[in-house]
Design a protein around this ligand. Structure first.
Ligand code: UGA
Length: 434
């Protein structure tokens, strides 16, 4: 099939590379000329495992190309919208970029078309888009909701082996074309779940908010574990072993970040407010998430109770919002550095991928050094603070960590073994680890 994909963010770019790799002919569009030039030469400005290889291979094989021209993009069997919908101040998703794209499509459309909405959009947006084309185009545009569930850091893997494909549409023709689009992935039939567009849109929010709720739930339990001298690792095992609960997304830590959970929870809070629903579970989820890094910050302050923090330096491992990505959007690590830096002498940081983006975001901070590796400057630091659980941090060289002046490790992701750290004569402070 001939597919055009609008938007080259994580979802757009991974979809373009994976659909091309499955045999479709894909034209990927972005308004950013510089980005399109970069992508055309097989390079990408984002770090995502396996993505670069797929891009290069499919460009070379002639199945994937890039453009800034809506006129070219509209000449396809299927158009897929992967436009960002960031939060507005009110918490509602901002549809400004999506509306610009819709106007461009209606301007350049020359034939009937299937338009697939992959962006996370407020409930009712597919109906709104349907209405827009009825008013603004003489061609028949069938709108299909197809929210995406891939995770950054394992996006290609998630795309190729999806847990499910959600399709919100009404017509037989839409169902047929969606089956054809995903046919190369050879999915079991029951993996494609058809429903109404409104249900598909709400399924996306329900999925993300449920996962965010699971994280805030386990973080609240970790707070209780600290109060009662219990251990969150044991509790996670005991809790997650119930198949009705499951052990995934039960890792207590600094809380969730990234470009999705915070934004989607905000959207639901705003929707509830507007609808005058009496009680919000999502406001509580958000509150716990904001509490969690404050609790961690206070643990750092408490550990140095009797000393002047202005004489202390800290080494932070991890800047990205999660491992295997260079994305720092809503990264708790960045938030923590901004809060901690005015209180302390110096901050040393290291991240395997996110240093370039973080250095821009932290450019106002004067007492910060971006280290060449995870151990360079360790001997100048009093304590180590772990913010992102990159694999390369999981088996640290304790011989080097022993050079920390105050021999303290604060583990914001609970990923080091407490007993091992203590065996090396270093104090260990986690969240709910007793
Ligand atoms: C999330 C969803 O997992 C995807 O299914 C969805 O498609 C995506 O949002 C989206 O809407 O585009 P993503 O934000 O890339 O994916 O990353 P996650 O792996 O879900 O992690 C989100 C945050 O939760 C990270 O900060 C992570 O550190 C945190 N987290 C995750 C925890 O604190 N504990 C856990 O047990 C799991």
């Amino acid at each position: 099939m001939k597919i055009s994909i609008i938007g080259t963010g994580y979802v757009g770019l991974v979809s373009a590379a994976c659909f091309a790799d499955s045999g479709h002919s894909v034209l990927s569009l972005d308004k950013d000329k510089y980005k399109i030039k970069l992508l055309s030469s097989g390079k990408t400005s984002i770090f995502e495992p396996k993505l670069k290889t797929l891009l290069k291979k499919n460009i070379k094989d002639g199945r994937l190309s890039f453009t800034t021209s809506f006129s070219r993009a509209c000449n396809a069997d299927l158009l897929i919208l992967c436009i960002d919908t960031p939060s507005k101040k009110s918490g509602d998703p901002d549809l400004k970029n999506l509306n610009i794209a819709l106007r461009q499509i209606s301007k350049f459309l020359r034939k009937d078309l299937f338009l697939i909405i992959k962006s996370t959009v407020p409930i009712g947006t597919n109906e709104y888009i349907d209405d827009f084309f009825k008013k603004n185009s003489k061609f028949k545009v069938e709108i299909i909701s197809n929210p995406e569930f891939l995770k950054e850091g394992s996006a290609v893997q998630d795309f190729v082996f999806p847990s499910r494909i959600i399709v919100g549409c009404n017509s037989k023709a839409s169902k047929k074309i969606m089956k054809k689009l995903y046919a190369p992935l050879k999915l079991a039939q029951k993996k494609i779940i058809f429903m109404s567009a409104n249900s598909a849109e709400l399924t996306k929010y329900a999925s993300n908010s449920f996962l965010a709720t699971k994280i805030s739930f386990i973080n609240k339990i970790s707070q209780l574990a600290d109060l009662t001298n219990a251990n969150i690792h044991d509790i996670k095992l005991g809790l997650g072993s119930d198949p009705r609960i499951g052990e995934e997304f039960l890792n207590a830590g600094l809380g969730y970040g990234g470009s999705c959970f915070p934004k989607d929870i905000k959207a639901l809070i705003s929707l509830e407010k507007k609808s005058n629903l009496p009680f919000s579970i999502f406001s509580v989820v958000e509150k716990i998430n904001n509490q969690q890094y404050e609790i961690f910050y206070n643990k750092i302050l408490r550990a140095f109770e009797n000393s002047n923090l202005k004489n202390k330096s800290f080494f932070i491992w991890g800047l990205s919002f999660k491992p295997n990505t260079d994305d720092i959007r809503d990264s708790i690590s960045i938030r923590l550095i901004k809060k901690l830096s005015p209180q302390v002498k110096h901050i040393y940081v290291y991240d395997p991928q996110a240093m370039p983006s973080a250095s821009k975001s932290l450019s106002d901070i004067k007492n910060i050094t971006f280290s060449d590796n995870s151990y360079h400057n360790i001997e100048k630091s009093h304590a180590l603070v772990l913010c992102t659980e990159w694999n390369e941090f999981k088996n640290p060289v304790f011989k080097k960590l022993k050079n920390l002046k105050d021999k303290k490790i604060f583990d914001g992701r609970n990923f080091l073994e407490k007993s091992e750290v203590i065996d090396h004569g270093i104090e260990y402070i986690g969240l709910g680890i007793n």
